[in-house]
Ligand binder design. Structure first.
Ligand code: AMP
Ligand code: MN
Ligand code: MN
Length: 324
């Protein structure tokens, strides 16, 4: 799968690797896993990273991440875990300085923007693609590389519990664990530790919850002023759908939050009956059948109207069980 990708990497000297804005564990895991692997074989490579949640601060040498490109030109940009060019973490001017662009991704409805595009939407995490690439390049996993790739697999699969998890994902994880990484600590730091301010955001999200269609849809909205007043970082304000979607009989959970830049970010999770990738795409966003999102477009509209449109569209889709 990676023949052309490897050829481009071999040809290149100066390389940057980027993920998506609001980086999640898979974005950070695949950027840094590949970064440390390429560094190991002597490439002049840097990871692009900005505005990441402090949850990830414990990961080894995460401070290697840079916000922008120093050079006027460089050989290769590798973009991971981002289905669209618009959501990349790299600045547009820095994207344009790359002589060649490679895209490595796993989303539904990817919009290829690379010269080489390695896309497999059957995989649960971009980090599984990076695992396969590093293996195909015969680079030996060390603890740092393995920790990042494992972290990406773990976060995008709900600790290997989502239906998207494949036997190959488990095998990759087993291989990475055999390197001797502290996978238990990675899980504890990421899944089982929150700041107190986040506890109060959860309280808000739950008290703002609205229920539609006999409890099949749970919706919550928290505005930016509230998030800011609670002292929750933007990057730490994610994840409220996790609580809503646990409630019995829920099919779809929606969390809308105000961002510092004045826009509204919609996060959706489906428990399997409703294809929410389709819904997010119809609003200009994207994602996966069970996890998707978009930015609410309030030009020529209002929040109430856009909210109603979303609730209506989910309602229409509640009845066509696609079982994803
Ligand atoms: P989130 O709710 O932010 O965790 O996002 C869930 C999934 O939806 C991710 O896999 C993203 O790729 C996708 N997603 C979220 N927001 C957008 C957006 N504005 N455009 C495209 N895809 C998005
Ligand atoms: Mn991601
Ligand atoms: Mn991903």
């Amino acid at each position: 799968m990676f023949k052309e990708v490897i050829r481009e990497i071999e040809k290149a000297n100066k390389i940057y690797i980027t993920g998506h804005i609001n980086p999640d564990g898979d974005s950070i895991g695949s950027v840094f896993g590949l970064y440390f692997a390429l560094k190991k074989i002597g490439k002049d490579v840097l990871p692009i990273l900005s505005n990441y949640s402090s949850v990830f601060s414990f990961m080894p040498n995460i401070s290697d991440g840079v916000e922008s490109v120093k050079e006027d030109e460089y050989d290769l940009l590798i973009c991971v875990d981002s289905s669209s060019k618009a959501r990349l973490a790299i600045k547009e001017e820095d994207f344009n300085k790359a002589k060649t662009v490679i895209m490595i991704d796993h989303h539904q409805k990817d919009m290829p923007y690379g010269k080489v595009n390695a896309i497999d939407s059957s995989l649960p995490a971009a980090s599984e693609l990076i695992y396969n690439l590093v293996k195909e390049m015969n680079i030996e996993f060390d603890e740092t590389i393995a920790s990042y790739i494992y972290m990406g697999l773990m976060t995008d699969t709900g600790s290997f519990n989502y239906a998207s998890t494949k036997p190959s994902t488990m095998r990759a994880a087993a291989d990475l664990i055999s390197v001797g990484i502290d996978f238990s600590e990675i899980c504890k730091k990421i899944n089982d530790t929150i700041k107190e301010s986040k506890l109060f955001l959860i309280e808000k999200a739950i008290s703002n919850m609205e229920v539609f269609y006999d409890g099949k849809v749970r919706y919550t909205f928290v505005d930016y002023d509230t998030i800011s007043a609670l002292g929750v970082d933007e990057e730490d304000a994610e994840g409220m759908t996790n609580y809503l979607r646990k409630v019995e009989n829920t099919e779809v959970a929606v969390y809308v939050r105000g961002k510092q830049n004045g826009t509204l970010k919609v996060s959706m999770r489906s428990n399997g009956k409703v294809d929410i990738a389709k819904i997010a795409i119809s609003f200009g966003g994207g994602g996966h059948v069970r996890a998707s999102g978009y930015t609410m477009n309030l030009e020529n509209s209002t929040y109430e109207k856009e909210k109603q449109k979303l609730i209506d569209l989910i309602g229409v889709n509640l009845n066509d069980d696609f079982s994803g």
